[in-house]
Design a binder for this molecule. Structure first.
Ligand SMILES: Nc1ncnc2c1ncn2[C@@H]1O[C@H](COP(=O)(O)OP(=O)(O)OP(=O)(O)O)[C@@H](O)[C@H]1O
Length: 536
């Protein structure tokens, strides 16, 4: 199986490349061209003030001014807005794809540390936030910095005094905006747990709608949802306010700063330090500075807010890369599919605090039909999960030897997962085994549209779908958690015959609550009084 995994440090913030530099230059190009236009305007004003320009020269300069201004507008749209937006979208989707790959690669025990809301947040908000921030940092922010430097360069070309005035203006600008920039970002960071809890509650409401209606528990669900909504909304309100202040403050203080800069320039002009054209150009240049400065401000705020996303994604990547512990369990012992010895616990807790499922020994040899029995909740499904490498190995106090065939086994799990689509799509890329299809008597299942709505399939039909999926797989080991559940008598009998007929060709382990497979079984294990032992 091929997976896209991130090599080196996962989710790096700095991604220097020629491509990113080109994009950054594009971001700066609109502002730089506008600065050229401002410079030309100053020259036109100076020419007019000195009275030394002919009509032809004035027309030529105005035409150049118009051309440069139009080019600046075009560059602003195409290079400053559109190309970075495209790069942004690509980076967002790539980060989300990577997070999904890591989710699939993640060992079960790491997966079980979190609820679904966490993963929804990782794949959606955090991945998109990271992708946007990476482009913002490596393209937009670099472009804004280039633009600021270019504007300061233009100011130097007009008059070096202007640079000092501009730098003072920039310092005031950042000082005023610093607080709101940080508080908006910080609030977003603090809001994350409430946002995860709210997403989890939405998921539960959607997935458990039927339980809510059937159990007349709408009020219960609504109250729980309201609780998490209120908490989330309290954060949202504060964040929206801070975000609005942060977004509008630059525009609010800009006019005041521009007037202050103009006043200083006019004072320098009346003192004979700069020309009238320089005052006009300085006014233009300083107003051009607003865009990159506002961009840098929103970047700082975005950066503060997005740092937790990066931490979250890196943790996610780390958990995906954690060894499951199952890799080293194969000793290459011939004629062995699985051997498990020791005590199986429901959770990592031991002793008084932990729930002991059973202690004992379990063994499966190739080609055998093995039956596992026991009362409800005694850990039979946990045993199959362990054999399939889908649980936390730390839950076993003892030793396990598992052949790669066991870790790769076809597995009928409970409840049977259903995919929206046709029956063929529910086989997840495999062809239906004709013999299994005959045994299961699929009826109109082959033609029907299947959805994950609980009532779309009867319990028996859902079971048949899961069985067909497991029995159609080519893997030599098949694990079946209660294969006969919800099937009618005819299908049960045919299925038992079919499973008995697989002996010698496939290794089958079946959890059973009845004796229908006992006669055909090579081994029968049973959990009795907390001990798993071979009874036949
Ligand atoms: N992560 C977990 N945290 C707490 N308890 C757990 C966890 N996983 C499993 N258990 C508990 O372990 C017990 C064994 O579950 P398991 O599904 O293996 O039982 P089973 O023998 O297959 O039962 P049944 O015959 O009812 O299907 C259950 O009581 C279950 O609640």
């Amino acid at each position: 199986m091929t997976r896209r995994t991130s090599g080196g440090k996962a989710y790096p913030l700095f991604r220097p490349s020629v491509h990113n530099l080109m994009l950054a230059l594009g971001v700066a190009s609109g502002t730089v061209l506008s600065a050229g236009a401002a410079y030309l305007l100053g020259a036109i004003v100076d020419g007019l003030a000195s009275g030394g320009l002919t009509l032809g020269e004035i027309v030529a300069r105005l035409t150049t001014f118009l051309g440069v201004s139009l080019a600046a507008a075009l560059a602003k749209f195409a290079l400053d807005d559109w190309l970075p937006l495209k790069a942004n979208l690509r980076a967002e989707v790539e980060a989300s794809d990577g997070a999904i790959d890591q989710l699939l690669a993640m060992p079960q025990r790491a997966f079980e540390r979190h609820d679904a809301g966490h993963f929804l947040n990782v794949v959606n908000a955090a991945a998109f936030g990271y992708g946007a921030m990476a482009v913002y940092l490596n393209v937009n922010a670099v472009g804004y910095a280039i633009a600021v430097v270019a504007l300061l360069g233009c100011a130097t070309a007009i008059d070096v005094l202007l640079v000092l005035v501009f730098l003072c203006g920039l310092a005031v600008y950042f000082a005023v905006n610093w607080g709101p920039m940080h508080s908006a970002g910080r609030l977003l960071m603090e809001m994350m747990p409430a946002s995860e809890a709210w997403q989890e509650e939405v998921r539960r409401l959607v997935e458990e709608k039927r339980a809510a209606n059937a159990g007349a528990a709408e009020e219960f669900y609504l109250q729980r949802f309201e609780g998490s909504t209120n908490e989330y909304r309290a954060f949202l309100r504060r964040h929206r306010l801070a975000d609005t202040v942060q977004a509008t403050l630059p525009a609010a203080i800009s006019p005041a700063l521009q007037v202050a800069v103009l006043a200083v320039c006019v004072a320098l002009w009346s003192a004979g330090q700069v020309s009238l054209g320089s005052v006009v150009a300085a006014w233009q240049l300083f107003s051009l500075l607003q865009t990159p400065m506002a961009g840098i401000c929103s970047f700082v705020s975005f950066y503060v807010a997005s740092r937790p996303n990066v931490v979250l994604l890196r943790e996610h990547a780390g958990e995906a890369g954690e060894p499951s512990g199952f890799e080293a369990l194969s000793t290459g012992e011939k004629d062995l599919v699985a051997r498990v010895e020791g005590t199986l616990w429901a959770t990592p807790a031991r002793g008084e605090d932990g729930k002991r499922l059973w202690a004992g020994e379990f063994e499966v040899r190739p080609g055998e039909l093995v039956v596992v029995k026991g009362a409800n909740g005694t850990g039979k499904s946990r045993l199959l999960d362990l054999v399939r490498g889908l649980s936390d190995l730390a839950d076993l106090d003892g030793e396990a030897v598992l052949a790669p065939e066991a870790l790769d086994a076809a597995y009928l799990t409970y409840p049977v997962p259903v995919v929206t689509g046709s029956l063929a799509e529910n086989l997840l890329g495999r062809e239906a085994d004709p013999e299994a299809a005959r045994v299961l008597d699929l009826g109109d299942l082959t033609e029907r549209a299947i959805t994950d709505q609980p009532l779309n399939l009867s319990l028996g039909e859902r079971q048949k779908l899961g069985l067909l999926r497991a029995l159609s797989r080519p893997e030599p080991v098949v694990l079946l958690d209660e294969p006969l559940a919800n099937l009618d008598a005819g299908v049960r009998a045919r299925l038992c015959d079919h499973l008995a007929g697989l002996r010698g060709r496939k290794t089958v382990v079946a959890i059973m609550h009845s004796g229908e497979l006992d006669a055909a079984a090579d081994r029968i294990y049973e959990v009795r009084d907390g001990r798993l032992s071979r009874v036949c």
